[in-house]
Design a protein around this ligand. Structure first.
Ligand code: SF4
Ligand code: SF4
Length: 85
């Protein structure tokens, strides 16, 4: 599953640089996660790095983007291929 950032976000900025996929960016009011780039950190880390570091625990899984670990792994490989193209 991709993760999502809820309205509890306090815009503390710490998660954005932690994302290995560059999936986190500032939105209109709070930070946002681009679902097509979020692999739940599969391929990079054992645990989602944004969740680990967020001080207010406002990054749950996105129910609209449920994906299996296999699908996340395939997304990771696509992102890697695109990055090295
Ligand atoms: S779970 Fe990992 S890939 Fe997804 S937004 Fe958080 S840091 Fe980025
Ligand atoms: S770490 Fe949490 S509170 Fe801070 S910007 Fe990211 S989502 Fe928002």
């Amino acid at each position: 599953m991709a993760l999502m950032i809820t309205a509890e976000c306090i815009n503390c900025d710490v998660c954005e640089p932690e994302c290995p996929n560059g999936a986190i960016s500032m939105g209109e009011e709070i930070y946002e996660i681009e679902p097509s780039k979020c692999t739940e950190c599969v391929g990079h880390f054992d645990e989602p790095q944004c969740v680990q570091i967020c001080p207010v625990a406002c990054i749950p899984v996105d129910p609209n983007h449920t994906e299996s670990r296999e699908t996340l792994w395939q997304k990771f490989q696509r992102l890697q291929a695109a990055a090295s193209a």
